[in-house]
Design a protein around this ligand. Structure first.
Ligand code: FES
Length: 118
């Protein structure tokens, strides 16, 4: 079942926004990035040491807005596929989340997010 995260226009282009899924003890933390009117989704967990990537709310991009950055040790990831291109874990990837855009809304699949919770 598709679930609406937010309106596309609520995220600047380029820009990013974080979300939480599930209300148990360990909810899923994830974020979406909007760039060139495409939207990409990732679990907010760095493949280097498992930390959350951001220190400031909704802030996942470099100053140039060209890459995703982990604030812990500076790993940088491509926006299009979450692969690390510099820093301590080259070639490792962020866990991706399928995003759809329909009628100006950003959608995720509840089933996919539920599976990531376990
Ligand atoms: S935890 Fe992300 S670069 Fe180390």
């Amino acid at each position: 079942m598709s679930t609406v995260l937010c309106d596309l226009e609520e995220i600047t282009d380029p820009g990013s926004r974080q979300f939480t899924w599930g209300d148990g003890l360990w909810p899923l933390e994830f974020f979406v990035v909007r760039k060139n009117n495409c939207v990409y989704g990732f679990v907010n967990r760095c493949p280097h040491a498992g930390h959350a990537l951001n220190w400031q709310k909704d802030s996942f991009l470099t100053q140039e807005n060209d890459l995703i950055i982990c604030n812990s040790h500076g790993a940088r990831f491509r926006i299009m596929d979450g692969i690390c291109v510099s820093g301590p874990c080259p070639g490792a990837g962020l866990k991706t989340i399928t995003i759809k855009i329909k009628g100006g809304k950003i959608l995720v699949e509840a089933q996919e997010l539920d599976a990531l919770l376990s």
